[in-house]
Design a protein around this ligand. Structure first.
Ligand SMILES: [Zn+2]
Length: 528
């Protein structure tokens, strides 16, 4: 056979083979909306961060689970509130201070101590106004001796701290409005109800290393009085917020659709008798005020007392978890970096928060690879379904940890559930969309990755009730493929589900929010 015929025969065989393969292929399917949305995101990534921002702002994000209420207020609003509170400011430290009195006449003006000026002067002195915004936030921050980024961030809380709690309803409104614009539907806001009474009671009774006896003593000396105060403070703030947003009225604002619950935050940088008294109050509040769904612990983890008493504070959580097993716990742990504390300080915080403190979620978890046996710990977090709340901008600003130094991709690789959150959106001057853009651009995430995280956020919320996704509770990594039987035959997120599905959703606040998220995904993806 000539070479030509040999070639022709081989070519014919290939053609026949290819046509057989082609005819064996199923009919080409049309792309789903989800696939087209994924491609739209890819195009936005290629077009750059501004297009990506425009895309992600509209994407449904589920919950922001790590969000400190006062840290999420923008400085401009604190200044306006300080003016209405008739406060003064110390122009050297930019700290709000009380006036010595008020002038006669209407309207009254604050009379300030020598050297201090009324905050209302800011509106006539634009330099002071600008400086105050910089002091209350990380705007324009440049590190200099005596003012590191870490210190500037945490110190901002004491600078604006004198703004009255009477504005709590306005803060809730501000956060709900910005959350709605981010297409985020659920918040677990960390706040500190007035626990002065509880903390002082702890100090008065004095430290007792027998924690159960100490708890009984606190309760028998009236600690529970603080529960009613916390309930009333939260209820009245919520009422203010709903009125400001015209909720349940024809002109209700989109912010009304943001569901808000609270985590009682315990300040850990105090002597143990004060910390324990706050904790007991926190567990009591979370046991009897339905809007308070759990307890957290705050203040710099690298602080002297936080480091000295870390193990003791986890023992306190251990005891209180046994006394109040239904109270949910998310604990700040591992918000540390090499150099910030000695190497031994990096070895055990996340592990103890989970194994001794019974944390169901970890806030930050930045130093995980410096813990003892980090790979075993990562497997343990995945198997126990402990979610890590990831705060990329906050970690960059406070700890200087970013990019490859951040363990976010490692958590994902090990199947540890993760969700993006803002931490202190006002101090950092960010939004949750900003964090989504940052995560997607830095770690090359796909639309499916982001969708998974949005679903994780609600799956690990402390809302009561069963999950819409029964497999997520057992599989590692968590699967969002099989729907609870009562709703298994519905279009996900349908406006009018069947009677059995409606009954299931009515019994579970968590599943309701999950259903709402699916409905939002449906609407978002229908655009593409
Ligand atoms: Zn935090």
């Amino acid at each position: 056979m000539s070479r030509f015929f040999q070639f022709a025969k081989t070519a014919a065989t290939i053609v026949v083979f290819l046509s057989v393969v082609a005819s064996a292929q199923p009919e080409p399917k049309l792309d789903t909306h989800e696939q087209r949305t994924a491609r739209a995101m890819l195009a936005a990534v290629q077009a750059g961060p501004l297009e990506l921002h425009a895309f992600l702002e509209l994407m449904p994000k589920g919950a922001d689970l790590h969000n400190h209420l006062t840290g999420s207020i923008f400085a401009e609003n604190f200044i306006a509130e300080a003016v209405s509170d008739h406060l003064c400011v110390n122009p050297a430290s930019y700290t709000l201070v009380k006036p010595v009195g008020l002038s006669r006449g209407i309207p009254a003006h604050p009379v300030c101590s020598a050297g201090d000026v009324p905050v209302e002067q800011d509106y006539r002195n634009s330099q002071l106004y600008d400086d105050l915004i910089d002091a209350f936030s990380m705007r324009a921050f440049v590190a200099r001796e005596g003012d590191s980024a870490h210190d500037h961030f945490f110190n901002s809380f004491s600078k604006f701290g004198l703004v009255s709690d009477a504005h709590t309803g306005e803060w809730l409104d501000e956060v709900a409005r910005s959350t709605a614009k981010d297409n985020t539907q659920y918040l677990e806001l960390m706040m500190t109800p007035d626990f002065g009474h509880g903390s002082d009671l702890g100090a008065k009774l004095g430290w007792n290393p027998n924690l159960e006896q100490f708890r009984q003593a606190l309760l028998s000396h009236g600690l529970r009085e603080g529960v009613e105060e916390a309930r009333q403070a939260i209820e009245s703030a919520e009422k203010q917020r709903l009125a400001a947003e015209h909720c349940a009225q024809p002109d209700a604002m989109p912010a009304c659709k943001v569901e808000t619950k609270f985590l009682f935050q315990v300040l850990r940088g105090f002597p143990p008798e004060r910390v324990f008294a706050q904790m007991v109050l926190g567990f009591e509040v979370a046991s009897s005020v339905p809007d308070v769904v759990g307890v957290n612990i705050v203040m710099p983890e690298d602080g002297r007392i936080s480091m000295r008493d870390y193990h003791l504070q986890m023992q306190m959580f251990d005891l209180l978890h046994h006394d109040y097993p239904k109270v949910h716990l998310s604990l700040h742990a591992g918000e540390l970096a090499p150099g910030l504390v000695p190497p031994d300080g990096l070895r055990f915080h996340i592990r103890e928060a989970v194994e001794l403190g019974h944390a169901q979620r970890i806030g930050h978890g930045v130093d995980v690879m410096y813990e003892d046996h980090p790979h075993q710990l990562l497997h343990e977090l995945a198997q126990k379904h402990v979610l890590v709340e990831i705060n990329l901008t906050s970690n960059d600003l406070i700890l200087g940890i970013r990019g490859e130094e951040h363990p976010f991709p490692i958590y994902r690789r090990y199947g540890v559930p993760v969700a993006l959150s803002t931490d202190d959106a006002g101090v950092s001057r960010i939004t949750l969309t900003h964090e989504y853009v940052r995560a997607a651009a830095t770690y090359h995430l796909t639309y499916a990755d982001l969708k998974q995280m949005a679903r994780e956020s609600l799956e690990h919320s402390f809302l009561p009730g069963k999950s819409l996704w029964p497999e997520a509770e057992s599989s590692t990594p968590e699967q969002f493929t099989r729907v609870a039987p009562a709703c298994a035959h519905e279009k996900l997120g349908a406006q009018k589900p069947s009677a059995s599905c409606t009954a299931f959703l009515d019994r579970s606040q968590r599943a309701q929010q999950q259903w709402e998220l699916e409905s939002r995904f449906h609407a978002f993806e229908a655009r593409y």
